[in-house]
Design a protein around this ligand. Sequence first.
Ligand code: SF4
Length: 211
Amino acid sequence: MNKDKRREIFQRLRDHNPAPTTELEYTTAFELLVAVVLSAQATDRGVNKATARLFPVANTPEAILALGEDGLKEHIKTIGLFNSKASNIMKLCRMLVDRHGGEVPRTRGELEALPGVGRKTANVILNTAFGQPTMAVDTHIYRVANRTGLAPGKTVREVEDRLVRWTPKEFLHDAHHWLILHGRYVCVARKPRCGACVIHDLCEYRDKTEE
Ligand code: SF4
């Protein structure tokens, strides 16, 4: 795909949704971090329901530590893998208090050193909480980047690196939100909704659907 087409794709996605953001509900970097850790293999809606109960009671590392692991589980037990997520969040809170003064660190290395935090989660926090132009490639972005020809790659990391390198600077900060939303609602996994797609004429996917 050439760079003019790539620019036009992001232009259209931006025209369609000028101020995209995550569908996870949060008000602080710490709340976003907890929400992202909870969201692994769970829906944003399910996470939002649980955090709507949890955050009014505890939305700082200190408050969650005070709640205790069993107390935390009570609030998040509707989410898949809640036992291991609760354990990770407790360790993560302990590390934030012990090493970072209770604050969410702003570097990739420090974020990835936190329990339950991998490269993708670190990218979400760096981008959405701290405004850095990172690309958190999830299953939706991976699919959209490959199908459209925007940034084909055999691994998640390859797609991430290509998207960061090839996305025009002005779109880089919001690109991952546009691509996630596009993959979640239009370029869906089984049967993409090509007939309703705003980048239909630019996309290089060979098996477009009529719908
Ligand atoms: S045209 Fe179809 S395959 Fe291409 S981005 Fe749109 S929905 Fe996805």
